[in-house]
Write a protein that binds this ligand. Structure first.
Ligand code: ADP
Ligand code: TYD
Length: 212
């Protein structure tokens, strides 16, 4: 029986998602899993436009941005060559650095979250994560990490916005708690301690899936 998982890592900017995604991928590979590590916004056609918007090179209305993220996600799922539906069917455990909860949190600060959830329903129907892992970091700590490691900041990377985004993540988890598997991890710890928590969580989920 298939026991390859679809795992989404979520959190505010600078929460350590990409660091933890890489560590988890390595750990799973060491234990014999085939792993496909990916991220949103993607490097595909729509993802490239989004990166230019995030850098401030292109201006766009928040509603346009929200729908571009949806288009990018559809391609991420359905692309004939590298789509996640295909990867899952090939037996890969897929780890994505951000998925639709990012849209609920980031766009739900600018427009009605229920609209963003409704727009993304088709993605949930196509591929719902076995596990959404929320790396919960204090916005002040995230901002320190971002400023210490980068010369410039992106569209959403201000302390006030990160506080709002964290609050919106919580709102989305409350709204969708029955439909989604979400686990929050304390991201204010050392990198290795967070990795150990995530690894334990994923092992538990793999065993549960095997039992189904
Ligand atoms: P994200 O993908 O969520 O934006 P990153 O993994 O890129 O976050 O981490 C942002 C920065 O913080 C990186 O420079 C990374 O090395 C550092 N970092 C990540 N996790 C931790 C941690 N637990 N403690 C201290 N610094 C961290
Ligand atoms: P990302 O490259 O993951 O940034 P970081 O490594 O700093 O977390 O994501 C870029 C930005 O895209 C981030 O500010 C969150 C935003 N975003 C949305 O606004 N909506 C979405 O649906 C997704 C996936 C990301």
């Amino acid at each position: 029986m298939d026991n390859n998982l679809f795992i989404a890592l979520e959190g505010i900017d600078g929460s350590g998602k990409s660091t933890q995604a890489k560590l988890l991928a390595r750990k799973l590979e060491e234990t014999g899993h085939k792993v496909y590590l990916t991220f949103e916004p993607t490097n595909g056609m729509v993802g490239s436009v989004l990166r230019n918007i995030l850098k401030g090179n292109i201006k766009a209305d928040e509603r346009t941005i929200a729908t571009l993220f949806l288009a990018d996600r559809m391609d991420h799922l359905l692309n004939e060559d590298s789509g996640l539906v295909k990867k899952i069917s090939e037996g890969y455990t897929v780890i994505t650095d951000r998925y639709y909860f990012s849209s609920y949190a980031y766009h739900g600060t600018h427009m009605d979250m229920d609209w963003v959830i409704a727009c993304n329903k088709m993605c949930a129907d196509i591929l719902r994560p076995d596990l959404n892992i929320f790396i919960d970091v204090a916005p002040e700590i995230s901002m320190q990490r971002i400023s210490a490691n980068r010369q410039s900041t992106e569209l959403y990377e201000t302390l006030d916005n990160l506080k709002n985004v964290r609050a919106k993540y919580m709102e989305a988890f409350r709204k969708l708690g029955d439909a989604e598997t979400v686990v929050s991890i304390n991201g204010n710890q050392e990198i290795e301690a967070i990795a150990a928590d995530i690894s334990a969580l994923v092992s538990k989920q793999t065993k549960e899936k095997r039992r189904l």
